[in-house]
Ligand binder design. Structure first.
Ligand code: ATR
Length: 277
């Protein structure tokens, strides 16, 4: 009997996860034999479930809401980018039995923006809405692209200011509240709040998006998200949701586990066609 290398995504809720399908497509495409499942794991059971998974021979885990910060604490050691982001979405069993934690969300976003959509970040004025875990994971890879400025706007202003302080040594970043956006304009606006899927939106002033600007919602859904619709209504050149980022972060995790880089475009096209947007 062939025993396949086992991988899984843990989260709660997890029912809608597209990750098993994405990794199955990567495995077929690269000729890798592996099994990837989605498992509902509430936060209180995370450490036990992860211990059991690795003890029973599991090779790697993805962790999603609400487990990324717990996974950060769980990892025996972390990559520098994961260390700074405070969140881990990929755990990988190492040859010595230890578990490495990484965060591929930020690189997934930047790859989707630059390579899949041709959106340059260099010297652009960029706004991130929200200052929670999702924002934390994307700040460093964005600053690496040398934007003209990166502004974090949040309902709780202190959290935005604090994040700007944490990453201040990496580039031109500042934090503010939504009221402070009134007279400003940005080339790219990224929604990293948790509002979109609940149909809400932060209070955004008119003219916030520069002419020929772009909008990107980290969330994705089978319907257009509220923020994607806001972008379209505000004449964004492109108003995108996070499906491309999801596939790209999965590809980066696949590489960490298998040391093989899968092609992503065909997978994004297929996943898009299946949701019929
Ligand atoms: P995640 O890990 O997904 O980022 P989180 O850490 O709970 O989740 O952060 C959620 C983010 O969405 C926060 O920036 C939150 O703003 P606060 O820090 O002020 O709570 C933001 N958010 C949630 N609901 C919001 C709403 N109705 N309007 C504006 N921002 C909202």
């Amino acid at each position: 009997m062939i025993i396949l290398d086992r991988y899984a995504v843990f989260g709660d809720p997890i029912g809608h996860s597209k990750s098993p399908k994405i990794h199955q497509l990567f495995a077929e495409q690269t000729g890798q034999s592996l099994q990837y499942t989605a498992e509902r794991v509430p936060a209180a059971q995370f450490a036990t479930a992860a211990n059991t998974f690795f003890t029973e021979g599991g090779k790697g885990l993805n962790c999603t809401i609400p487990l990324k910060e717990l996974a950060w604490h769980y990892a025996d050691h972390k990559t520098p980018r994961a260390q700074r982001s405070g969140a881990v979405n990929t755990l990988a069993l190492q040859a010595d039995g230890s578990v490495l934690g990484d965060n591929t969300d930020g690189i997934g976003l930047v790859t989707d923006l630059i390579h899949n959509h041709g959106i340059t970040l260099k010297e652009r004025s960029i706004l991130i809405l929200g200052a929670g875990g999702a924002s934390r994971g994307i700040i460093e890879p964005i600053l690496e692209q040398s934007p003209q400025r990166l502004v974090i706007a949040n309902r709780t202003v202190d959290k935005a200011v604090e994040l700007a302080q944490v990453f201040g040594h990496l580039g031109p970043i500042s934090g503010c509240g939504f009221d402070d956006l009134l007279t400003q304009q940005f080339d790219l606006i990224i929604n990293a709040t948790s509002t979109s899927l609940s149909g809400e939106l932060p209070p955004l002033p008119e003219n916030l998006l520069a002419k020929n600007g772009y909008c990107y919602d980290l969330a994705y859904s089978n319907q257009s998200t509220t923020f994607v619709r806001w972008g379209l209504a505000n004449n964004a050149l492109k108003s995108l949701d996070g499906l491309g980022m999801l596939v790209e972060q999965a590809a980066a995790a696949f590489y960490i586990w298998r040391k093989v880089t899968p092609a992503t475009q065909s997978v994004i096209t297929l996943m898009n066609s299946q949701r019929g947007l």
